[in-house]
Write a protein that binds this ligand. Structure first.
Ligand code: TGC
Ligand code: FAD
Length: 392
């Protein structure tokens, strides 16, 4: 892969809206990506392997539990800093941002928010330092967009719970030390359970043959009469709203992350267009290429301002689930469109691993599907503005 020459676009001086702390956090994540991730990511994506050796460094830049209080090992940052870290990681690769999103928003967040003090103290410091990896099991073979229909269930056996069922498409599952698993009790109420590697009857087979998110490891969670200690139930929230609350946090991070992928594609295409000559001119001088580049920077700029505002609302506890859905949907679509256009600016070179664009493009096919598909988020906006529910 070519050396990482990334220069972040900031057409509307959005940097002026950030605090010194935001910029410091963002710049240290950006430097970390340039130094540690960019040199190896193409190789790991090509061989379809998660670069596990990066976990310690990710922990050091605050990518695990950025907004979790320091007393539990988190970085105690605000939501904009969290978003900026996700932006920089996804600028490198969506799969690495995914690992950080899952650890922070889908594992540490529910333990912090729905767990008791013993659970917080037991798990959060290990997850923040990267000593332990976590995963989040909501999706099932027969229930993706409608997780409320889940079949995974647990039974109260007096001194423990007996868990049966299966989850699929679970990021990090084959390497996870602990899984936050959503399952129904005998009354059909959804609860979160902490299932640890090594529990009898619990296995995590890897999912192979992905053309997307190849540097992220994905797998299943299989529960065959797993005895889960009663103290592993998350006590402070139940019902579908509990896992969906975690998704709000992860979707928020993705809305920032997608901007990172788009910025990388735009920056790569702009540099290439100025250097590549055809018909005796740099291709950047042709109006058709300028149209593509001008539209890209316009869309990136709109997303930067939109998402910064969402971050302010999130910091104030005023961001609604529907606003987060709109941002996730808009920004991922923006990034996927930019990746496609940027790829064309590079001509044949665009399909090679010498440049990051094709990898971003393939990764974004997962990002537009997971954490709620593009269609699901549109229907969430539709419900919010009309009051009429297309899901029922
Ligand atoms: P519905 O009846 O609307 O709601 C059930 C209960 O949940 C509440 N609720 C929410 N709470 C918090 N945050 C949200 N975003 C919420 N949305 C709804 C709601 O108020 C209600 O509460 P209560 O107290 O009245 O019971 O539920 P529904 O069954 O009609 O489904 C609605 C729908 C389709 C929007 C929802 O199920 C959905 O979002 N589906 C998409 C599924 C999804 O996003 N799965 C993601 C799996 S995890 C993943 O992909 C990780 S990838 C990670 C990575 O690698 O980065
Ligand atoms: P389906 O729900 O079957 O949807 C198929 C199509 O039907 C989609 O286009 C969808 O938009 C459309 N559709 C569905 N319902 C409606 C409707 N009501 N109206 C209109 N159209 C509709 N899940 C986890 O729990 N944890 C993870 O860590 C995780 N990681 C993932 C990693 C990867 C790489 C991928 C690809 C997925 C991951 N997922 C994870 C699962 C992901 O959240 C689901 O794939 C996603 O929610 C969609 O579910 P599905 O694949 O079953 O598609």
């Amino acid at each position: 892969m070519k050396p990482d020459l990334f220069q972040a676009p900031d057409y509307f001086q959005v940097d002026d809206l950030l605090t010194e702390e935001h910029k410091l956090v963002r710049d240290s994540a950006r430097e970390w990506v340039k130094k540690n991730l960019s040199p190896v990511i193409e190789e790991y994506a090509q061989k379809s392997e998660f670069p596990k050796f990066l976990v310690k460094g990710l922990a050091e830049i605050g990518a695990f539990g950025a907004y979790i209080p320091e007393e539990y090992g988190g970085a105690g940052m605000d939501q904009i800093s969290y978003g900026l870290i996700m932006q920089e990681l996804e600028r490198g690769d969506s799969g690495i941002r995914s690992a950080a999103s899952v650890q922070s928003s889908l594992v540490m967040y529910p333990i912090f928010t729905y767990g008791n003090e013993t659970q917080r103290k037991k798990y959060l410091p290990k997850l923040a330092s990267g000593e332990w990896i976590g995963c989040f099991g909501l999706t099932e073979p027969n229930h993706g967009s409608n997780p409320g229909g889940m079949e995974t269930k647990f039974k109260d056996m007096g001194d423990h719970y007996l868990l049966n069922g299966a989850k699929m498409w679970i990021s990090n599952s084959p390497i996870a030390d602990v899984a936050v698993v959503w399952a129904k009790n005998e009354e059909g109420r959804i609860h979160g359970l902490l299932v640890e590697r090594g529990m009898e009857g619990f296995s995590t087979p890897e999912t192979h043959n992905k053309w997307s998110l190849r540097a992220s490891i994905t797998g299943e969670l299989i529960f065959d009469n797993v005895k889960v200690p009663k103290e592993n139930l998350l006590p402070n929230k139940s019902g579908l709203g509990a896992p969906l609350g975690c998704l709000d946090s992860a979707r928020y991070g993705i809305s920032w992350g997608a901007i990172g992928a788009a910025m990388d594609c735009y920056d790569t295409a702009l540099r290439y267009a100025k250097e590549r000559t055809q018909f005796g001119k740099p291709i950047a001088q042709f109006q058709l290429q300028q149209k593509k580049l001008a539209e890209m920077i316009t869309e990136i700029t709109k997303a930067q301002i939109f998402t910064w505002r969402l971050g302010v609302l999130k910091n104030e506890g005023r961001a609604s689930s529907a606003q987060i859905s709109m941002a996730k949907r808009n920004n991922v679509e923006m990034a996927i469109n930019i990746a496609r256009e940027a790829r064309q600016i590079l001509g044949g070179m665009g399909i090679t691993g010498d440049y990051s664009i094709m990898r971003h493009s393939m990764n974004l096919e997962s990002v537009i599907t997971y954490e709620g598909t593009h269609d699901v988020h549109l229907l969430i906006t539709g419900l919010d503005i009309t009051g009429l529910n297309a899901f029922k």
